[in-house]
Ligand binder design. Structure first.
Ligand code: NOJ
Length: 779
């Protein structure tokens, strides 16, 4: 492997042009229908097959299966794999990632099948995170839909496209609970809540894997990053995590477990240190918990060069030493680092690791390939005809638009600033108005930014000819030139307007003055979130806030359309804008979906799943915190309370918050019983009425608080929700069922228990605006 910059990768031809531009000739693929036949996995037959295969394998070939190389179109780490063809021919590669298309995949697979001694097919992975060719909103946006069916559909479509494009393994879902918006990767996860992240994790695994991994249109999921990556100290990527066992078990680990219970067949180790032992070398995590306690029988791949990184972590002096640490911990596959490839042979010779350990890892990987049906048909996922019929097809673009609309969150709307009239004269202002690439967000896989719909285009498409649009850029996306250079070095494509900030704002103000309403499209560029993109300042970057202030001063209604991948600190914006629509990075159809909401073709129904702070100094700030012994309840002059001198304790927008163009009212919740008997249930019922003038959807949320416990318990925890549609004036009754299981947590001895006693139940439109009832658990 070799250290590489993007520029070098381009010059070496390692980053290739988009596939549709490639003309390589390969054998004509069989018609799609023929390749769709397959045999579902039979465990006994699988064992026999792999026993026989492994009996023929040399130690070197077994170690080869443990080697995952990166090759082709995309570079997703600091180094690239070298001499890949030669290694494949020698049987020294188990899998390949960062390449796709039936042509490219077939070429490498043919090499493995024609030139390696045992003709073991390769597995092909890729970062299909929120879509493959058709890009859906970033996961933080998908979560905000609170629509599990829509999320599952996005994963299903991603699987169909990825599998048509040569791939059979996706590095998703990312289920890291994250409570620090400085961390760039909050955009890749589902937010701060354990229960909701778990539900989403399961929905995504179902979408990717279906009920049969060997089917031609399903792919293997890889749950990541195991574990606790979302708790990186100070929100700085790759940083240490250190937390109590109870917090780990109750708050951070359940989503990984949920994904595995849903059948996720592979796991990716995380980069971070966990209480003193990095995940990739952590035997407690990878073996005691994952294998022994949770019974996981798939394979574990490291994150990119994570074994090598055990050296700077201080877990070994050299690669030889850390290869042993990782294998002993329970790692099966080495992503790009080639530490296993280069050192396991010697470690066996030296008697430091056993051949049996290598057999275990090799078997798990071969089983993964078997379950995918690769031994039956190594080309199952390389069907050009199916690729042509499937990728970015109309139905999938329509789904992307529909799903994206559900992810948008209306944060503010006063004086009915929204929806806009289709006859309005609109000043479209801001650095993101015309951006296509930013709609795709980070980790946009094989998405083609040229296919993405900008906000401007979406507005033109939806509003039709009677809307009058004028435009000014108003500000660059950032003022920090070094940051801009860094972003552009990694695919940012940010065009920098050479005018001064004052000149740009002046022009924008003139444009605003001539319009009826200003729509300012501001936020972050896609590269400002994602891996290695932490920000210490989470306000709008550059001069965008100055721009908003100048626009506000024109007296025109100001609608702020946000594009960003993390909760931002938006105090001024909330105080002064007339409307704020959070659109995240909404995907290929983003502009159309945003315009659907702006013009009222779709009534927004999204709710944030990560708390928006008033100021970055409040971070970490999350709804399900513990109470303190000196809670602050507004006693302004009381000194000895848990509070700040300079900012309030409350967030700007609480978890679960989001508005609609209509309004809903909630009756007080009622319970079917004042007691919950062990093994029994209590029903919580609430009537919700649409009190506004439009039909709309509402996310009815149920929270529970354990009032007194043997250990302190959070002030409330999400336990369920229902997203309901109400016609204007309509009332619906929503019923939730609570069981003892819903009340469990890890006690002093780390036993998973529900303790008898009083519980509060809260129901409402977000985690703050709730009404209470209570019951007693009797055992
Ligand atoms: C590093 C990232 O942490 C991980 O999420 C990704 O799947 C791998 N690189 C592969 O690109």
């Amino acid at each position: 492997m070799r250290k590489i910059s993007l520029a070098l990768a381009l010059s070496l031809g390692l980053v290739c042009p988009p596939l549709h531009a490639q003309k390589a000739k390969t054998k004509k693929a069989a018609p799609a229908a023929v390749q769709q036949k397959h045999t579902p996995t039979n465990p006994a037959q699988m064992k026999k097959f792999i026993d026989e295969l492994m009996a023929k394998m040399t130690l070197e070939e077994k170690i080869g299966q443990l080697n995952l190389v990166s090759v082709g179109f995309t570079v997703t780490g600091p180094v690239v794999s070298e001499n890949v063809d030669e290694k494949i021919s020698k049987g020294l590669v188990g899998g390949v990632f960062n390449t796709f298309t039936p042509i490219a995949v077939r070429k490498l697979q043919e090499k493995a099948l024609s030139q390696s001694r045992l003709k073991i097919p390769l597995i092909f992975g890729y970062d299909v995170i929120h879509g493959h060719r058709t890009i859906f909103p970033m996961p933080i946006g998908l979560a905000a839909s609170w629509d599990l069916a829509a999320i599952e559909r996005s994963a299903r479509i991603s699987a169909d496209e990825a599998s048509a494009d040569g791939l059979n393994w996706v590095f998703s879902p990312m289920v890291d609970v994250a409570r620090d918006p400085r961390w760039g990767r909050v955009s890749e996860g589902s937010g701060e809540d354990t229960w909701l992240t778990s539900q989403i994790a399961m929905a995504m695994v179902r979408g990717y894997q279906g009920t049969d991994l060997a089917a031609y249109n399903t792919v293997m999921a890889c749950v990541k990053h195991f574990a606790l990556y979302g708790a990186a100290e100070a929100g700085r990527d790759y940083n240490t995590t250190d937390m109590s066992d109870r917090r780990m078990l109750d708050e951070y680990l359940p989503p990984y477990k949920a994904a595995l219970d849903a059948g996720a067949a592979s796991v990716m180790s995380s980069f971070n240190d966990i209480n003193g032992v990095p995940a990739t070398g952590n035997k407690w995590l990878m073996t005691d918990l994952l294998r022994t306690k949770w019974g996981f029988d798939g394979f574990v791949v490291t994150d990119y060069t994570a074994i090598n990184e055990l050296i700077p972590h201080g877990m070994g002096k050299n690669e030889y030493e850390v290869a042993k640490v990782a294998l002993d911990a329970g790692i099966d596959m080495d992503m790009v680092g080639e530490v296993f490839l280069n050192h396991l042979g010697q470690l066996v010779k030296d008697g430091k690791v056993t051949p049996a350990q290598i057999d275990v890892a090799c078997r798990r990987i071969l089983e993964g390939k078997y379950k995918l049906g690769l031994f039956e048909d190594p080309y199952r996922y390389a069907n050009e005809q199916r690729a042509k019929e499937t990728l970015l097809k109309k139905e999938y673009r329509e789904a992307a638009r529909d799903i994206a609309r559900r992810t948008l969150v209306l944060l503010k709307n006063q004086n009915q600033a929204l929806p806009l009239k289709k006859t309005a004269s609109i000043a479209l202002v801001g650095p993101l108005v015309k951006s296509q690439i930013d709609q795709l967000g980070n980790w946009n896989g094989a998405g083609d930014w040229k296919q993405a719909i900008s906000v401007e285009q979406g507005i033109r498409n939806v509003a039709g000819p009677n809307v009058k649009i004028t435009y000014a850029k108003g500000a660059n996306i950032a003022a920090d030139t070094l940051m801009l250079q860094r972003l552009n070095a990694h695919g940012g494509m940010l065009e920098i307007d050479p005018r001064t900030p004052q000149e740009m704002i002046r022009e924008a103000v003139q444009v605003a003055q001539r319009a009826e309403v200003v729509v300012a499209v501001v936020g972050e560029s896609q590269g400002m979130t994602g891996e290695a993109s932490s920000r210490a300042d989470i306000t709008l970057p550059g001069h965008q806030l100055d721009l908003l202030k100048a626009l506000k001063a024109t007296g025109k209604p100001l609608v702020v359309v946000l594009m960003n991948g993390r909760p931002l600190a938006l105090k001024w914006e909330n105080d002064h804008a007339d409307a704020i629509l959070e659109t995240w990075f909404a995907g290929t159809e983003g502009g159309n979906a945003i315009a659907d909401v702006l013009f009222g073709n779709y009534n927004p129904s999204g709710k944030i799943t990560a708390t928006f702070p008033q100021a970055v100094g409040q971070v970490p700030i999350y709804y399900n915190h513990k109470a303190t012994g000196r809670p602050y309840a507004g006693q302004l002059l009381d000194k000895y309370k848990s509070r700040y001198l300079d900012v309030p304790n409350e967030p700007l927008y609480p978890f679960g918050y989001g508005l609609s163009y209509t309004t809903f009212s909630y009756a007080a919740p009622t319970l079917s019983s004042k007691t919950l008997q062990a093994g029994g249930t209590v029903n919580v019922t609430v009537q919700v009425k649409n009190t506004g003038n439009l039909d709309g959807e509402e996310v009815v949320q149920l929270y529970v608080q354990d009032v007194v416990g043997s250990v302190t318990r959070p002030v409330k925890e999400l336990k369920n929700f229902q997203k309901i549609f109400l016609k204007k004036g309509e009332t619906k009754t929503v019923t939730f069922t609570l069981r003892e299981e819903d009340l469990k947590f890890h006690d002093l001895n780390l036993n998973y228990v529900a303790e008898p006693g009083d519980f509060n139940v809260y129901v409402g439109t977000n985690s703050r605006d709730v009404q209470a009832a209570s019951f007693t658990l009797v055992k």
